[in-house]
Design a protein around this ligand. Structure first.
Ligand SMILES: [Fe+2]
Ligand SMILES: [Fe+2]
Length: 240
């Protein structure tokens, strides 16, 4: 089967973007490339809303925001490649297992044999542990902040809306449930609609973004969602 254009190696992407790894002093066995290959294999059975394509979009956002925020790009890109490797466990447990916590443990096993300094290693694990919107930990390093923002940006705007309905479809949720009070509905249920996700989570994301460039992008994506859902309700009610 032909691979689509978005599954090319990050090195090809870097050459077209701001980060050129040919100019870094890493050996040919570059940890970023090794992790990229290892991570990709872990997503074979992932659901569409949190699959390898999501990771690739997060990587592209990191490539955009990281250089602006002066992030350590190898650390950021390794963390971005691995940030959702625990997601399958969370989905299988219907949200009981935190994918950021278990993902950090899984990531440690994946990177332990690589030529990373202790500081790089702990930064990568910290990035993964703190990337979750509903998580308990706060991103501290600039790399953790950029990853947090990149991951959140992919859950809002046009892509975010598409993902919200993809996720709702994976759960067997309805298109919309206007007769139920959202406060009384549950996640991972038939009431976990795209509109519910917007009201309980997506509309709040722009106020949690941590970097200036992330904030600028989040505002645009947020404004688009507001317009979309206003129109969605009008169309649902037969007014437009
Ligand atoms: Fe995640
Ligand atoms: Fe993610």
């Amino acid at each position: 089967m032909m691979e689509n254009n978005f599954t090319i190696s990050p090195f090809t992407q870097f050459k077209n973007k701001k980060t050129d790894h040919s100019e870094t002093k890493r050996s040919p066995a570059d940890p970023v490339k090794i992790v990229w290959e290892r991570a990709k294999k872990r997503f074979r059975d992932a659901r569409g809303s949190h699959d390898w394509e999501h990771t690739l979009r997060v990587i592209r956002l990191c490539e955009h925001i990281g250089p602006i925020e002066k992030a350590d790009m190898p650390v950021l890109l390794i963390a971005a490649s691995l940030h959702d490797i625990g997601r399958c466990q969370q989905d299988k447990s219907n949200g009981k297992i935190c994918h950021a916590e278990i993902g950090a443990e899984m990531a440690q096993a994946i990177i332990s044999d690589l030529s990373l300094s202790e500081k790089e290693n702990s930064n990568i694990i910290g990035c993964i542990r703190t990337h979750r919107f509903r998580g308990k930990h706060i991103p501290e390093t600039i790399e953790a902040k950029v990853l947090f923002d990149a991951d959140k940006l992919d859950s809002i705007g046009a892509v975010g809306i598409a993902r919200a309905y993809l996720f709702a479809g994976e759960l067997g949720a309805r298109l919309h449930n206007p007769e139920n009070n959202i406060q009384n509905t549950k996640s991972y249920s038939r009431d976990d609609t795209g509109f519910r996700e917007f009201k309980v989570k997506l509309c709040k994301i722009k106020d949690r973004i941590l970097t200036p460039e992330g904030c600028r992008m989040a505002k645009q994506r947020h404004d688009f969602m507001v317009i979309f859902f206003q129109r969605f309700i009008e169309e649902y009610n037969g007014n437009l």
